[in-house]
Design a protein around this ligand. Structure first.
Ligand SMILES: *Cc1c(COP(=O)(O)O)cnc(C)c1O
Length: 390
């Protein structure tokens, strides 16, 4: 029973979150996702969406999604293996396999689900998972659902990774798992070195490329393309909820036998509903738009470079990198939050991140660039940063 005691305990805990400045207020957008959004009746420039390619509200994506819904229905009311697999689901899986350069692909409602699904059927107590300390929460949770031994190396520390692999030598199978692009620092995993170590220690490599698929690398195929290691990666997980249109959905892509086994055994695949036709149709359209030529990614990267250049010239302390995630370091928790608030007043929507999302004393404002931003938008953002710096 939800009694007074439990109610009071929850209220106290929520109050503590408020007191510590850890309570998350959701800002309400009064229209679609874009580079200009309406928040509390005010138009602001948006620099905190994962809308890297600017396709979240693209008319061709909306049209394809609507058409697919008309043709294939609103929903399937089924999981994939009972009566939830349509022609378009197989089509999307095949398209993703080709796009990502893998043998086969499995769809999920989200990449969070894909990461919850991927470990347990492949590994048990005889095996070992070696994970970067800054990996995404969904990887951490997915690893928890699996009985394999866990090893964690300091972020991108290749010597620690080697030591972990050394410790895991007696395990039957070893799997290294890493984000392709890390969301808080915007840096790219050292996939070349990771693959070298994987070969030396006979380990599998899994890359979660959620923050990279669609815009990192020469044709936008992700960190794997950027690092030139396509043929050396065994499993990719990624999302359609960021650069690829931003609705929802994700996948696991990889070697044929791995995907075949996961189709039989992955619990979020077996026991959760199939991806809605509208999402499948929209995502297929996005792939049409980025597969051959990807004009959007050039703009995204140009914008990121321009913002970095102008901010550095204005004396701001940025985490160096080559992605559209640009962390502006402030170190001080309160300063980061106050600065983000002041920027919103100036019409620039960014978020300050502090502990526990980033380590103590590493507070920052994370700026994310999109292909939709104009040069004027970027100049306006830099000018606002200069004004609120005081
Ligand atoms: C965003 C993200 C996810 C979650 O993706 P969803 O499809 O929104 O569930 C998983 N992994 C990484 C690395 C991410 O950045």
């Amino acid at each position: 029973m939800f009694d007074k005691t439990f109610q009071n305990e929850l209220s106290e805990f929520l109050q503590e979150l408020h007191d510590q400045g850890l309570y998350k207020q959701e800002r309400i957008l009064e229209g679609p996702q874009s580079s200009v959004i309406e928040v509390s009746g005010k138009k602001v420039l948006n620099f905190c969406a994962n809308n890297y390619l600017g396709l979240s509200n693209h008319p061709e994506v909306i049209a394809a999604s609507a058409k697919t819904m008309q043709e294939w229905g609103f929903g399937l009311s089924s999981v994939r293996f009972i009566c939830g697999t349509q022609t378009i689901h197989k089509q999307l899986e095949n398209r993703l396999s080709t796009y990502l350069g893998m043998e086969d692909t499995l769809l999920f409602s989200s990449c969070f689900d894909a990461n919850a699904a991927v470990f347990d059927p492949l590994l048990d107590e005889r095996d070992a998972i070696v994970s970067d300390a800054l990996n995404h929460a969904s990887i951490i949770d997915g690893v928890r659902l699996c009985k394999a031994k866990r090893f964690r190396y300091a972020h991108s520390d290749m010597e620690e990774l080697r030591l972990c692999l050394e410790d895991a030598k007696s395990s039957r199978r070893r799997l290294i798992v890493t984000d392709g692009v890390f969301s808080m620092d915007g840096d790219i995993a050292k996939l070349g070195e990771i693959c070298d170590l994987a070969e030396a220690y006979n380990a599998l490599v899994l890359v979660d490329d959620s923050h990279a698929t669609g815009y990192i690398g020469e044709t936008g195929r992700g960190s794997i393309e950027h690092c030139g290691v396509g043929h050396r990666i065994d499993i990719i997980t990624t999302t359609f909820g960021k650069a690829l249109g931003g609705a929802s959905g994700g996948c696991i892509s990889g070697k044929k036998e791995i995907i075949e086994l996961l189709r039989q055994r992955a619990r979020p695949y077996l026991f959760s509903n199939t991806l809605a036709p509208a999402i499948v149709g929209g995502t297929l359209q996005v792939l049409d738009m980025v597969e051959k030529e990807n004009p959007y990614r050039k703009k995204t990267m140009q914008n990121a470079h321009l913002f970095r250049k102008m901010m550095t010239a204005s004396g701001f302390d940025l985490v160096p990198g080559d992605t559209a995630i640009v962390p502006v370091m402030l170190y001080d928790e309160k300063k980061a939050v106050a600065m983000a608030d002041a920027l919103l007043e100036e019409g620039i929507y960014v978020i300050g991140f502090s502990f526990p999302v980033v380590p103590k004393g590493q507070a920052r404002i994370r700026v994310q660039l999109s292909a939709l931003h104009t040069t004027e938008d970027i100049e306006a953002a830099v000018q606002a940063f200069i004004r609120v710096r005081g």
